[in-house]
Design a binder for this molecule. Structure first.
Ligand code: ATP
Ligand code: LTN
Length: 336
């Protein structure tokens, strides 16, 4: 039996992925590669929707790939590649730009949040059409499953709407993708601002646990996490966001249910909880850091993995693009 397709991706928008990226997405990717024909992409063209330093970007693209592999992605059974190595992503994005309405694209909350930062008049047009490029990333691979964190739900809904509109107008070309969002780890919060999501490009470094942070740095960040003053260890995200976030992280990295943790921490102080969370996070994260550093010592090996991945990805992507061109009445170029 053939395995259903899967696609997901992350932006190389920082020098390290963080615990939210890992628990919200990457860990699912590792589990789902067994049961799916999985495509994992480093979305460099999404990262340049905000200005990036060129030297840092090149380094961050490779580091993101290295972290995918270090976290457990199998480069033989999964397809790992860089978005800009597969030109069909940009080509389908243009076509979908012509299918998407200005109104529906304007409703994307991530654009509203991100464009506010530098004043919305200064936001790039690429930042506005970002979700449409994301729809192209997804639809090219005909995936059933798209494992992501909660913040991507709206982009997945847009992707489905565009696919449906295209299929209705021009005949069925696209499969309907489903977002796979794990409830428990769908949204990991910033340690300093526990009502905001942990994010690569927002927030201060103290609130973000990076996969590539040294053990001592992780420990310090978790010990200085913002909590509250009532001193009781309870899971109440509304009234106790800081403690609840720590419990959510602890549960995810220890595989112990939150209720069991809460029970076992009755009468214990926040200091002990933080110490234990830090130890459990370090046990999960430090092997990923070490393996990433090893992989970064041989970038030509890493580049050859990514080139092989792109060649494989192009086969699938180019076929979908040709079907799209045919359906639209464009004349596919037989030299491609
Ligand atoms: P940026 O701040 O540059 O937008 P990001 O930290 O939000 O970056 P992305 O590359 O946009 O990270 O996201 C990669 C994946 O990680 C997506 O599936 C996203 O939903 C998931 N993700 C990001 N942050 C979190 C979080 N705090 N909790 C759970 N999942 C998350
Ligand atoms: N917008 C996503 C990154 C992304 C993505 C994708 C995720 C770009 N293309 C395709 C899943 C599938 C984000 O996490 N910010």
């Amino acid at each position: 039996m053939t395995k259903p397709n899967l696609l997901s991706g992350m932006q190389p928008s920082a020098s390290s992925l963080h615990l939210g990226n890992y628990l919200g997405a990457l860990r699912q990717w590792v589990a789902m590669q067994q049961t799916h024909s999985a495509h994992y992409v480093i979305v460099d063209l999404h990262a340049i929707t905000v200005a990036q330093d060129p030297k840092m970007l090149a380094e961050n693209i490779r580091k993101t790939a290295a972290q995918y592999i270090a976290a457990g992605l199998d480069v033989d059974s999964s397809t790992l590649f860089i978005q800009s190595h597969v030109p069909a992503h940009s080509e389908l994005a243009w076509i979908l730009n012509c299918i998407a309405s200005f109104g529906e694209t304007s409703r994307m909350t991530q654009f509203k949040d991100k464009s506010q930062k530098g004043g919305s008049d200064n936001a790039s047009v690429g930042l506005f059409t970002y979700p449409i490029l994301q729809a192209a990333d997804i639809l090219l691979y005909q995936p059933k499953a798209v494992p992501v964190g909660e913040d991507q739900r709206q982009h997945l809904e847009l992707t489905r709407n565009l696919a449906e509109r295209f299929n209705n107008r021009y005949g069925k070309v696209f499969e309907m993708p489903e977002a796979v969002i794990l409830k428990e780890t769908a949204k990991i919060y910033d340690l300093q601002n526990p009502t905001a999501k942990m994010s690569k490009s927002a927030g201060e470094p103290k609130g973000i646990v990076n996969l590539l942070d040294e053990d001592s740095v992780i420990s310090k960040k978790i010990k200085s996490a913002v909590t509250d003053t009532d001193g009781e260890i309870k899971f109440e995200p509304e009234s106790k966001p800081g403690v609840s976030n720590l419990l959510g992280i602890y549960s995810a990295v220890s595989d112990k249910p939150i209720s069991v943790l809460v029970e076992s921490y009755q009468g214990v102080g926040y200091g002990q909880l933080k110490q234990d969370v830090a130890d459990a996070v370090i046990a999960t994260v430090s092997p990923i850091r070490e393996k990433t550093n090893e992989l970064m010592n041989d970038t030509s090996h890493l580049d050859s993995i990514l080139e092989k991945g792109a060649a494989k990805a192009r086969e699938t992507a180019d076929k979908t693009l040709r079907d799209v061109q045919n359906a639209l009445g464009l004349i596919p170029n037989r030299n491609n």
